[in-house]
Design a protein around this ligand. Structure first.
Ligand code: BGC
Length: 496
């Protein structure tokens, strides 16, 4: 056994306390470990697989741009480029109280948002963690759960006098999965993403389903608008920072939204919208390169993730980037090296062999470990996987985490660059509001995106700056509801 000299503890993002230990010597645990040189040789192999050159990035950007154009031209394309019927930017003067329900990839959130005008707001909210079982339950049961949580939230706000009894509040529903929309309070689910698989939902109008659940539980709320987290983020970010032109989410899933001229969306020409009107487009870019897999540099680990997922072939871009998958990519590499007899000889590795047991938050902790001995990494492997590691192995794991996360950030830069280049935003520059656990919590993710943008565009890439966005699924959804109410009251495209 390793001789231990002292201990520290670290608080994980989940709130769990992780004990970690210092050792007196590196290779004194009596177990066979790979040599430093051997680990360095392996690292070189993975570097070659996961490194994206600027030239390769520019090729991806060009293909991405073509997919965006195609999505605007025709219905039913791989990247669906969904017109959201959110017309133009908020004025910042939107006011009133709105409910927001956000069915995200990890949590269900219910909010009460009071817009006070001048870009100001107040928000109260409750969060409920979704279990893996709930994500596979019949769709109507899932929406019933949303309605029940909302009812409990409203009741407690009535009790505390924040909401008046008998008041029916307008509601913005943030449903962050690709939906084909015919109008703002309608959306037919194209496909579940992020591991959801609830039956009887794909191909159905999720607003109608949610309204049914609201009626069943007598919830005093009227769904005014269906939005995606990216569209909400675009609008909320612009509400507080009018330089914003693009919004992105890098979380459990990934996606982007931006504002397009109606005249440049050939597939909705028959709606008779003023060609100069602006409409927010929910790109659903996570689907880029799905099915054909012609443009993205997939490794064999990416292919395993895809083929063993509940949606093989789909969300090809998202599977290389989002928080749901990065930990799994690293875990698959570790398992490969276990199989090859390189790592953990003589140790029981069953825990790390469980699919999705390696959380993306571990990569983040590994990269931010400030100690020379990499104590955090000792803690992760010993506490969660009952595995002893040497310093050389820990340095290797940290370097691997960096490779996987850096590739994700650089591919994210390719997506942003495709929109920037399509919309000619490079000359004047633009702000990109970004949100999601990866963007907010992964050390260096934003810097790596910026570095990627400069690799693609050269010096000019510096004019494209991402920043931590305003809460799109809560505040953004409420602003969209307010904008929709105002638009319809003014009789502008009242049926859209
Ligand atoms: C969904 C998008 C969403 C993104 C980020 C993707 O899986 O398809 O609608 O915006 O995740 O949450």
């Amino acid at each position: 056994m390793a001789s231990r000299r002292g201990s520290t503890s670290v608080i994980l993002p989940s709130g769990q306390t992780l004990p970690s230990y210092t050792r007196s010597s590196e290779d004194d645990d009596g177990l066979p470990h790979a040599t430093k040189k051997k680990m360095a040789d392996h690292l070189r192999k993975y570097e070659a697989l996961f490194t994206l050159t600027p030239q390769r990035m520019r090729i991806v950007v060009e293909a991405f741009k073509e997919s965006l154009e195609l999505g605007l031209a025709k219905h039913g394309q791989v990247v669906p480029m969904i017109p959201t019927y959110v017309f133009g930017w908020p004025t910042g003067q939107e006011t009133g109280s709105y409910l927001a329900v956000d069915l995200g990839g990890t949590n269900l959130r219910v909010c009460l948002v009071t817009l006070q005008g001048d870009g100001k707001f107040e928000i109260t909210q409750s969060k409920y963690r979704l279990t893996e079982e709930q994500k596979q339950e019949d769709g109507q049961i899932l929406f019933d759960f949303c309605a029940e949580c909302l009812k409990a939230f409203i009741d407690s706000n009535i009790e505390s006098g924040v909401i008046e009894k008998d008041q029916v509040l307008p509601l913005g529903f943030t449903f962050s999965y690709p939906c084909a929309q015919e109008r703002i309070d309608h959306g037919v689910l194209i496909r579940w993403t992020k591991g959801f698989g609830s039956p009887n939902t794909e191909g159905h109008d999720v607003v109608a389903m949610f309204r049914k659940s609201l009626a069943k539980h007598s919830v005093p709320a009227e769904v005014v608008a269906l939005t995606c987290d990216t569209t909400g983020t675009l609008i909320a970010s612009h509400y507080v920072n009018p330089k914003t032109r693009i919004a992105c989410i890098f979380g459990t899933g990934c996606n982007a939204a931006y504002m397009e001229r109606a005249g440049d969306i050939p597939k909705i020409q028959e709606l008779g919208i003023d060609p100069n009107a602006e409409i927010a487009i929910n790109c659903e870019w996570g689907a880029f390169d799905s099915f054909e897999h012609e443009n993205l540099p997939r490794t064999k680990y990416d292919i395993i993730i895809d083929e063993t997922s509940n949606k093989p072939g789909e969300q090809a871009f998202e599977k290389l980037i989002s928080g749901r998958y990065l930990g799994e990519i690293l875990r698959l590499i570790i398992c490969e090296l276990i199989d090859e007899g390189v790592l953990f000889l003589g140790q029981n590795t069953y825990k790390v062999e469980i699919a999705y047991s390696f959380d993306t938050a571990f990569l983040s902790l590994m990269e931010s470990d400030p100690t020379d001995e990499l104590l955090m990494i000792i803690g992760i492997f010993s506490h969660f996987f009952a595995l002893e590691t040497t310093l050389a192995e820990r340095q290797f794991f940290r370097a691997l985490a960096k490779l996987v996360a850096r590739r994700a950030a650089r591919l994210s830069a390719c997506g942003i660059a495709a929109i920037v280049s399509k919309m000619n935003y490079l000359e004047d520059g633009c702000a990109v509001g970004a949100d999601g656990s990866l963007y907010n919590k992964y050390p260096g993710f934003a810097e790596r995106i910026h570095e990627g943008l400069q690799d693609i565009f050269g010096e000019k890439g510096k004019t494209i700056v991402t920043y931590h966005a305003e809460d799109g699924s809560g505040i953004g959804s409420a602003i969209v509801a307010a904008m929709t109410k105002a638009r319809r009251d003014a009789g502008l495209y009242p049926t859209l």
